[in-house]
Write a protein that binds this ligand. Structure first.
Ligand SMILES: CC(C)(COP(=O)(O)OP(=O)(O)OC[C@H]1O[C@@H](n2cnc3c(N)ncnc32)[C@H](O)[C@@H]1OP(=O)(O)O)[C@@H](O)C(=O)NCCC(=O)NCCS
Length: 186
């Protein structure tokens, strides 16, 4: 499906364009922001290449990856990206991710964007199971996942090599029928 546009009161979540590269560099080039994400930090040409790849990926048929720009409605500033990656059409399963530039943190933007793309995944893409991982030392990300209705399913030990260090991942997920259900394990 292309192009995708998702709307809420404060933001428009839309397809990336090559011309977004300088704005994307605000987070893709920031060491602290990409600390727990398998990305960069990238230099300017690296960011341009990264955005170009995402633009190409968006045109693939069938489309697996939806990395969308989070644009603030009030000033059209690019705050970050939110993504869905279909990892199995057969099982109707997709991974959720997000990254925001540092000066946009703590204002509920990630939760709002993740909620929009969760609804898109379930209602438009026919996803049944939506999952996400985050680092145990990234409590803001865990909070976002819980706030959009995901449950903590477990710890994936030694899941990632980040900067040469083995890191565990916290696996969170929800299925389409979870909407409105309280977590029975909390
Ligand atoms: C993780 C990230 C996306 C959060 O974005 P955000 O827009 O600040 O998130 P929100 O404001 O929607 O929600 C953050 C929640 O985390 C909570 N939080 C923040 N820091 C926290 C901490 N140290 N401990 C516990 N909770 C924390 C906030 O209180 C908020 O919850 P609340 O609204 O119930 O108070 C953002 O920090 C980011 O882009 N980080 C770098 C990239 C990254 O880590 N991406 C995720 C990879 S899994």
């Amino acid at each position: 499906m292309w192009p995708v546009t998702l709307d809420s009161e404060r933001m428009v979540v839309r397809e990336l364009a090559d011309s977004d590269a300088p704005a994307v560099h605000k987070w893709a080039g920031d060491r602290d922001t990409v600390r727990w994400v398998p990305l960069g930090p990238l230099d300017h040409p690296g960011t341009a290449q990264y955005v170009a790849q995402l633009v190409i990926q968006a045109q693939r048929v069938p489309r697996l990856g939806y990395t969308l720009a989070i644009e603030r409605r009030s000033d059209h500033a690019l705050l970050g990206t939110v993504s869905i990656e279909i990892d199995s059409f057969e099982h109707k399963r997709a991974e959720l991710g997000y990254i925001l530039r540092r000066d946009a943190w703590g204002q509920g933007y990630a939760t709002e964007a993740a909620g929009l793309i969760r609804d898109f995944a379930f209602s438009q893409l026919g996803v049944y199971r939506l999952w996400a991982v985050c680092d145990p030392d990234n409590p803001a990300s865990s909070a976002v996942l819980r706030k959009i209705g995901m449950r903590l399913e477990g710890v994936m030990r030694g899941d990632l090599l980040v900067g040469g260090e083995r890191r565990d991942s916290l696996l969170h997920a929800m299925v389409v029928t979870d909407a409105g259900d309280p977590d029975p394990y909390l």
